[in-house]
Design a binder for this molecule. Structure first.
Ligand code: EPU
Length: 342
């Protein structure tokens, strides 16, 4: 095995996943440069091990110990690029904390990412599930990224079209993109900024403050206040944000459900299909605030599963399966988990 890399063995991942699951990795490397990543994967013994690329660990459920190599991407750096007449471009390394990066863009005077304030995780993880909140997804501000391809040892540059962004999805969750390791991400932010208040809850929270022409900072602060009200802080209660995706059903299915459940929360999609609020479905099944062992449903937001202390990945899986079964029996909708199961 490579002698100069600071590989650690039988390493606890508890501090490295926001669910706070106490799983262990056979081998662990904190990666602080692309060169180090290349060196690690040039080592035949390391390259042959099953691999888990870890950012902030905020979108992952560790279902047991990991019998392989964890590459914890901690590469830092951020910069303003020249941009063009209409956009300023900014780039950040994959290991940068997402929220800190968004706040930094605001400090530079650049609006455009404020709706995505306070999302846990790293810059490098953000494109993998095309993070989104309050009417904005990363794909809306994405310019390009560079990624290390372990199969070839090359660094590849990818534009938006290459990434196949969709709702909480991208090429990095599918073959052939799954093996790529994101090194840095660049964003394109409008010089002529306008607030994005498409999300009703955000629009009304801005209006309530009497802000007719909010600044990017004010929008960010409003998003932060809403998130703090509804979502648990992973530093206090282990969780991975929304545990299920909001399911999309066809218009006929939605119409049938509405006859039986007139209060059903649904949003029509550009193709005529309907996105349902999974939190509402789970809430209606009576799961909000309930627990199974050490895993529970957050009392203020039924879409968030929490670790009430000492939960294992299996505890969370059991709870998730019970919720899926109830929602399916009642509404005929299969909920799909949002975090990646390892
Ligand atoms: N609702 C309930 N009961 C609940 C939770 C929600 O009735 O326990 C209802 C709400 O009243 C609302 C609707 O469901 O009418 C939607 O709830 P909310 O606006 O809180 O958003 P969400 O659909 O639960 C999504 C994202 C969040 C994102 C927010 C804001 C997904 C899976 N989740 O949640 O993303 O922050 O919208 O844009 O798309 C994440 O992905 O980890 C995440 C937190």
């Amino acid at each position: 095995m490579h002698s100069t890399l600071p590989i650690q063995h039988d390493f606890s991942l508890r501090q490295l996943n926001t669910f706070g699951i106490d799983a262990r990795a056979r081998a662990y490397l904190r990666v602080t440069s692309a060169a180090q990543l290349r060196a690690a994967l040039a080592d035949p013994a390391l390259a042959a091990m099953p691999r888990l690329v870890l950012g902030g660990g905020s979108n992952l459920l560790l279902t047991g110990d990991f019998a392989g190599l964890v590459l914890h991407i901690a590469i830092e750096g951020r910069e303003v690029l020249p941009g063009d007449a209409e956009h300023v471009h900014v780039r950040a390394a994959a290991g940068e904390n997402w929220h800190a990066f968004v706040q930094w863009t605001l400090e530079q005077g650049f609006g455009g990412l404020e709706n995505l304030s306070l999302i846990p995780g790293t810059v490098g993880a953000a494109p993998i599930q095309n993070i989104g909140a309050y009417g904005l997804e990363i794909k809306d501000r994405f310019l390009s990224l560079s990624a290390f391809d372990p199969a070839t040892g090359q660094i590849v540059a990818m534009r938006g079209g290459d990434c196949r962004f969709a709702y909480r999805d991208s090429i990095f969750k599918q073959e052939p993109g799954r093996g790529l390791i994101v090194l840095d991400v660049s964003f394109s932010l409008p010089r002529n900024w306008q607030p994005n208040l498409r999300y009703a809850e955000l629009a009304s929270a801005v209006a309530e403050q009497g802000l007719a022409q909010p600044t990017p900072r004010q929008v960010a602060d409003t998003v932060i206040a809403i998130r703090r009200r509804k979502l648990p802080d992973p530093a206090e209660v282990g969780n991975a944000g929304s545990f299920f995706k909001n399911p999309v059903v066809d218009a006929a299915h939605c119409a049938r459900l509405l006859e039986q459940f007139p209060a059903l929360v649904h949003h029509v999609q550009p193709d005529g299909s309907e996105k349902l609020a999974a939190g509402w479905l789970i809430d209606q099944c009576g799961w909000k605030g309930r627990s199974m062992g050490a895993a529970g449903v957050y009392p203020k937001q039924a879409l968030v599963l929490v670790n009430n202390g000492g939960a294992t990945g299996a505890d969370v899986q059991r709870l998730a399966a019970a919720i899926q079964a109830d929602v399916e029996a009642r509404f005929g909708v299969r909920l799909e988990p949002e975090p990646v199961f390892i």
